[in-house]
Write a protein that binds this ligand. Structure first.
Ligand SMILES: C[S@@+](CC[C@H](N)C(=O)[O-])C[C@H]1O[C@@H](n2cnc3c(N)ncnc32)[C@H](O)[C@@H]1O
Length: 282
């Protein structure tokens, strides 16, 4: 096993850790309202505790804290990356009182068992070499009846674009998937999550897709940190993506922005419940 962050390497992103910190904040801002509409069903309305596992910079932990109805609900953020945790702790200002950030591997979480009503892992499972082991470890933190919810993407169901971009960018994004797989990750993880959660012993597994469009976030330019092929440049430097495929994807993206193209992006929340007390495990 490699380092606990799996295929997640913020230092290898274009612009390094500072650019990745900005990208995570932008990504949280883009879709959080849609995600919360889904998550609210499983969040405690009074008291209890919520864990943001793989919280990174706390971009979502802070939004979660603000959205929870009861200020007494405890919120914990757990991450293995000290650089991102330092950003999270620095961001724990007036808008984010009452969040405790903990350093550790979510595969061996340094937290008490049976304590959380909701454990969220957002855009983390696509990076894990042993997602079932991680889901089992996180399930162990749930109180009976509590929910583990994994939010992630699937490269085969990322969304759609008008005009269509896929013929120009398919090679480039396939290379991204292969590079992530070589590092132990899986960009097709969303389709596997229902079985991963069942294999971890959770019941009542359900899938809730959510979608957002470029128009509602101010146009495709606002999606550049997520969608521009510029993000793939480190792959070209590593020799994992040919310059031709990169240039085709980049030219298509620039044309797309120039004609004010439209995208619909899809994400998936997959949730499973810990058996209520007194029932047999499956
Ligand atoms: C793409 S970032 C997402 C961060 C955050 N969940 C968000 O949505 O803004 C993935 C995060 O998972 C963390 N991570 C990956 N593997 C981990 C592990 N085994 N234990 C703890 N954190 C992990 C990384 O350090 C990183 O902060």
């Amino acid at each position: 096993m490699g380092h606990p962050g799996g295929s997640y390497r913020p230092q290898a992103e274009l612009g390094g850790v500072p650019a990745e910190v900005r990208r995570l904040e932008a990504q949280a801002e883009l879709s959080w309202a849609h995600e919360w509409r889904v998550l609210a069903e499983w969040a405690p309305v009074s008291g209890g505790a919520v864990l943001d596992a793989g919280c990174g910079t706390g971009a979502i932990t802070r939004r979660l804290r603000a959205a929870l109805a009861d200020p007494a609900t405890r919120v914990v953020g757990l991450d293995a990356d000290e650089r991102l945790l330092a950003v999270a702790r620095a961001g724990a200002g007036p808008t984010a009182p009452g969040i405790r950030y903990v350093s550790g591997d979510l595969g061996q979480p340094p937290l008490p068992a049976g304590e959380f009503d909701l454990v969220l892992a957002r855009y983390v499972f696509q990076h894990l070499a042993d997602p079932v082991g991680a889901a089992r470890a996180l399930a162990g933190l749930l109180r009976p009846g509590g929910r583990l919810t994994v939010i992630d993407v699937d490269a085969g169901l990322w969304g759609c674009a008008d005009p269509d971009l896929s013929v120009f960018s398919a090679d480039a994004y396939r290379a991204l998937g292969s590079a992530q797989a070589a590092d132990g990750g899986d960009r097709l993880v969303a389709r596997r999550l229902p079985r991963i959660l069942r294999a971890a012993g959770l019941c009542d597994v359900a899938v809730r897709p959510f979608a957002y469009t470029s128009d509602e976030v101010g146009g495709v330019a606002a999606l550049a940190p997520q969608l521009s092929p510029e993000r793939l440049l480190p792959l070209v430097e590593r020799g994992a993506l040919g310059l031709g495929a990169y240039a085709r994807a980049m030219a298509a993206w620039e044309r797309f922005v120039a004609v004010d193209g439209f995208t619909l992006l899809l994400g998936f929340a997959v949730t499973g419940r810990a058996e209520p007390a007194g029932t047999g495990g499956g």
